[in-house]
Design a protein around this ligand. Sequence first.
Ligand code: ATP
Length: 349
Amino acid sequence: MKRFNIAVLPGDGIGTEVTQAAVEVLKVATAAHSEFALEYSEYPAGAGEFRRSGDDLPPATLAACREADAVLLGAMGLPAVRRPDGRELTPQIDLREILDLYGGLRPIKLYHQQDTPLKNHGPGDIDIMLVRENTEGLFAARKNGIFDHDKATDQLVLTRKGCERICRMAFEQARARRKKATLVDKANVLPSMVFFRRIFLEVAEQYPDVQAECVYVDAMALYLVQRPHTFDVIVTENMFGDILSDLLAGIVGGMGFAPSADIGDDCAVFQPSHGTAPDIAGKGIANPVATILSAAMMLKWLPDPDAQACGERIESAVAAALLDPLNRCADVRGPLTTLEMTERIIQCL
Ligand code: ATP
């Protein structure tokens, strides 16, 4: 029997609640398979750990993430726990940089017409894979941006290596989907984006079977509201990806429906796109769907066909549960608690 070690980092706020829900679903789903097994080990990280030990990403946690077959993460950071310069703790972003998890895969799918604020859109109309560059761009300035009384500077850096590998990942995703890749940039204004577009079009030549197009980020914000059904894979810079992934979540029901995977060449971390949601933490009402779908992405990423099939079963169970409009948590005015929603998904397995 194949065994995979999963490092579980619940983190802060609703991170602990949704991680528990996802592990519960994983345990039930994998119990039906005798060909592989998951072994879970929990590690501390986040704002709570910073308060406790003075370190938001302890060396033992980092080492465990490197050694694990995959990492399942909840959410980290709390508004009240900050560094002396005012920034919140973001060990999940540190992890992406340290482990070189350059590919942020953020699938967005509409499961039921009632979840979208858009008119005339039903299931099947919104099915987009956002590929966010995770290690460069404007976010890379967060540790060396400078400001004084009169001036502040954050530098946006893109490298050829970084652009090539994220574009290749996007084209590979598109090839396995509906064969369309859209670069989102601001090449009409910023030289860094002219550079990015040039490399995207170079990589596109290696994928003649995939339709390649480029859209400016401001226009994309409009198009994602007006005609999301026309997009398949979207690839973009770190900060643009951060913003557009929330917009995308908004058109399918909110952050509780938005899973993600941060993929590198050696490691991968799976987590919901949302944060710790301190406004609802501890109430037991967080929507666990995003984390359960992230856990399914984790299984599909493992190098084992049985694990991959199990990931697909979880995705189908989520889709089946969401067919019933009453199977919803408070984020979309549903009646269920985190625990109840998790049970409904388990029943559909
Ligand atoms: P971060 O910057 O860490 O991504 P954020 O400040 O963008 O976090 P979130 O923590 O993602 O904020 O929360 C944004 C809003 O969405 C909050 O009102 C929160 O309650 C809600 N929210 C986020 N995730 C969920 C969830 N799983 N279930 C229900 N509501 C959620």
